[in-house]
Design a protein around this ligand. Structure first.
Ligand SMILES: CC(C)(COP(=O)(O)OP(=O)(O)OC[C@H]1O[C@@H](n2cnc3c(N)ncnc32)[C@H](O)[C@@H]1OP(=O)(O)O)[C@@H](O)C(=O)NCCC(=O)NCCS
Length: 331
């Protein structure tokens, strides 16, 4: 069986930079409050008329180039997004058309902040069974269009940003690549981080003027509960992947966690006893980009020369669902 490895990486963020100071024009907040609580300094807002499939194009072009491949070489696509361009059809189908891929399968997956790691797991199975040779995996989000830019939504709207990351996953007979992946969910906490409308269980139509007035179309979060669960689940799922591979915390060369919040990352780092060089963070520049955060961080870490051949790289995520996951690979 071949091993599945990451053959190329790329990322893209939209040009519109929104600083903490910019947000303080819409709501009662401050640069100091946001930096101290989240580590975020600025994030990107997608422009009107663009969606995740548009953000995914430059990210995919870079990933293809770094893998030395073209659209013709890709035989399957997995598009992780919790903010698809449309409810119907999925963003993968849009990207297939926009980039002129062959008539390949285009699988949209949700799983919110854990979408990328779940996607890695799916891709790994197809590579190992030789079903496909080169898979494009994307995490892309236009999350800021669900932000309530006023005092009601200030806890959520200072955290999220837009962007896209892409990787190419290919097969190799060499002793490298994904060692294992681990996925979990606990749906009883769905309302701790969710968007209520539009919803297909709301009847016809899926959203009413009174829903809009109540603000059901905005992402809602119970920050304290999310924080409490996140620090436990991140640590657990990282230990799970280490134990599965008979590895120890000190064997991790780089942990790329979902960029949820700097304070969560710092707490996880402390609980695991990792040093600063072992943990990657770029949340200060982009905020929390949901399914895009890990592939964006990975692409930046690669560009900065932070990952070398043979390194053990761990990805870990936690988010709405709740859903959490980890993956470990040898680079
Ligand atoms: C959201 C979060 C930063 C809030 O920090 P906190 O220390 O828990 O703050 P609290 O919720 O206790 O709120 C403290 C006060 O700040 C206020 N506040 C909330 N958002 C604010 C903002 N953007 N600016 C200024 N004040 C804000 C609250 O209204 C509250 O005011 P009150 O005391 O008058 O009621 C924190 O809970 C968190 O990081 N949670 C995890 C979020 C996350 O990572 N989500 C993504 C998961 S994928």
């Amino acid at each position: 069986m071949p091993n599945a490895y990451i053959a190329g990486t790329g990322f893209y963020v939209p040009p519109n930079v929104v600083t903490n100071h910019d947000l303080s024009k819409y709501m009662n907040t401050s640069d100091e409050w946001i930096r101290e609580r989240t580590g975020i300094q600025e994030r990107r807002f997608v422009e009107k008329g663009k969606g995740p499939s548009d953000l995914a194009i430059p990210a995919t072009e870079q990933a293809l180039e770094s893998a030395g491949l073209t659209v013709e070489d890709i035989d399957f696509m997995i598009f992780a997004t919790s903010t698809p361009d449309y409810y119907i059809p999925g963003s993968g189908c849009l990207l297939q058309d926009k980039m002129g891929f062959n008539e390949i399968g285009a699988l949209d997956i949700r799983v919110q902040c854990s979408g990328f790691v779940y996607g890695l797991s799916i891709a790994e199975q197809y590579i190992k069974t030789r079903t496909f040779e080169n898979i494009l995996l994307i995490g892309a989000e236009a999350q800021t269009t669900a932000m309530e830019l006023n005092d009601n939504g200030r806890d959520v709207s200072v955290i999220f940003g837009d962007g896209a990351g892409a990787v190419i996953i290919s097969g190799t007979e060499k002793n490298k690549g994904i060692l294992s992946t681990h996925m979990h969910s606990e749906g009883k906490y769905l309302k701790e981080l969710w968007m209520e409308a539009p919803a297909s269980n709301a009847g016809m139509p899926r959203i009413l003027p009174e829903d809009l007035e109540e603000g059901k179309q905005y992402l809602k979060m119970n920050g304290r509960e999310v924080f409490r669960h996140a620090i436990v689940r991140f640590v657990e799922v990282i230990h799970e992947c280490l134990e599965k591979n008979n590895l120890k915390v000190e064997d991790i060369d780089l942990l790329i966690p979902h960029q949820a919040n700097l304070r969560i990352t710092q707490m996880v780092q402390k609980k695991l006893g990792l040093n600063n060089d072992q943990v990657y963070s770029n949340i200060h520049k982009y905020g929390n980009t949901t399914a895009a955060s890990i592939p964006i961080a990975l692409a930046e870490a690669v560009n900065e020369g932070k990952i070398s051949k043979g390194d053990k790289v761990v990805f870990a995520s936690f988010g709405s669902g709740f859903a959490w996951a980890s993956a470990i690979m040898e680079w």
